[in-house]
Design a protein around this ligand. Structure first.
Ligand SMILES: NC(=O)C1=CN([C@@H]2O[C@H](COP(=O)(O)OP(=O)(O)OC[C@H]3O[C@@H](n4cnc5c(N)ncnc54)[C@H](OP(=O)(O)O)[C@@H]3O)[C@@H](O)[C@H]2O)C=CC1
Ligand SMILES: CC(=O)N[C@@H](CCC(=O)OP(=O)(O)O)C(=O)O
Length: 314
């Protein structure tokens, strides 16, 4: 079988490097490598983008838009890790677990937008509840996220790893404009009519992310119980290789009284939890922001597109 030619535009960045690592060992992939000194040379990038069967864009948004405009080979499948195309018509959303027809879309698509890390966790936690009618589509939903600093790319990693700034030793809430760039995709791909009030926190650890969605049971469809919320999530992800729904009020996750946001690191897995009291529920989704939150998800989408999702490279 001929190998699939893959080019990673932005291969020296955080996301691009990880994709290279995932693919380097695969016998079915031929990596097209750009000379480091030419990695921002438009002509060389155009040549490689058009020579590729699959081109990953691991670039800032503006550079990703520019890269797409360089491609005129109709056979090149683009998988864009940036925020630029996630709610744009003509682009498939690179979350195979989104809905039952999503894999078929990704098989056909030549333009795939990789979800944001916070958005992946939020959407996977919420979409099945909206689809099941338990969380009304017009509900006003709030969510927070705790993430490692690698989510901020090379510049944030350098800031944290240079050291010397005491402020970086404590968790730092951010996006306090309350207009985080993932809000549009969070609404578009859950079916919620109002974007969630979303507020993330970055902490002094490299990677790992957990989105928490607090819910008042009285705001949900009448009669909704924590058991029903949990059952909807478990039913939706049954058979999904990379999504695990843990038991309701999972005792293991809380055995020392604290939740481990790094529990999915170095995997492409998402863990979903439902904690609950008589009045309230908290749905939580945990992932590795560099795995299922970025590079792992991009490679999984490629695998789905190529029809080789099972057992390869993740
Ligand atoms: N880090 C994460 O957890 C996630 C990141 N993403 C998204 O993925 C994309 C890449 O992010 P990330 O890897 O973190 O970013 P980084 O800053 O770590 O890397 C970006 C890379 O793009 C290169 N670059 C910038 N402009 C150009 C250009 N015009 N032509 C070619 N290369 C260029 C940079 O070059 P140089 O080496 O010179 O700086 C750098 O190597 C972004 O859109 C980001 O939003 C998505 C999900 C999660
Ligand atoms: C810690 C940190 O800054 N994280 C980034 C999210 C990383 C991500 O998912 O990126 P894209 O949407 O750019 O692809 C942020 O919240 O903006």
């Amino acid at each position: 079988m001929a190998s699939t030619r893959v080019f990673v535009d932005g291969h020296e960045g955080t996301t691009g490097l990880r994709i290279h690592e995932y693919l380097a060992a695969r016998p079915d992939i031929e990596l097209l490598v750009i000379d480091s000194s030419k990695r921002k040379d438009v002509d060389e990038r155009r040549r490689l983008l058009n020579a590729a069967d699959v081109a990953f864009l691991c670039l800032p948004d503006a550079a990703a838009v520019e890269a797409v405009a360089l491609i005129d080979n109709p056979n090149t499948c683009v998988i864009d890790a940036s925020t630029a195309h996630r709610t744009q018509a003509g682009w498939a959303f690179g979350l195979p677990e989104l809905a039952p027809g999503q894999r078929a879309q990704l098989r056909q698509a030549k333009r795939i937008a990789n979800p944001g890390c916070h958005a992946s966790a939020f959407i996977l936690a919420v979409r099945p509840l909206v689809d099941a009618g338990l969380l009304p589509a017009d509900a006003r939903v709030t969510a927070n996220s705790i993430t490692g600093y690698s989510g901020g790319g090379k510049s944030m990693i350098a800031q944290y790893e240079t050291g010397g700034d005491a402020k970086l030793l404590s968790p730092r809430p951010y996006a306090l404009s309350l207009t985080h760039k993932h809000q549009p995709e969070m609404a578009a791909h859950t079916g919620l009519r109002t974007p969630p009030l979303f507020q993330p926190i970055v902490g002094p650890f490299y990677k790992g992310l957990t989105v928490s969605v607090p819910l008042h049971l009285v705001d949900l469809k009448p009669g909704t119980t924590p058991e029903l919320l949990h059952a909807a999530l478990a039913a939706r992800y049954s058979g999904e290789p990379f999504v695990r729904v843990l038991p309701l009020r999972d005792a293991d996750a809380l055995k020392d009284g604290f939740f481990d946001v790094q529990g999915c690191n170095d995997t492409n897995r998402v863990d979903i939890f439902v904690f609950a009291s008589e009045r309230h529920a908290m749905v939580m989704a945990r992932l590795d922001n560099l795995g299922k939150g970025a590079s792992g998800a991009a490679v999984q989408s490629m695998n789905v597109h190529l029809g080789c999702e099972e057992g390869l490279g993740l």
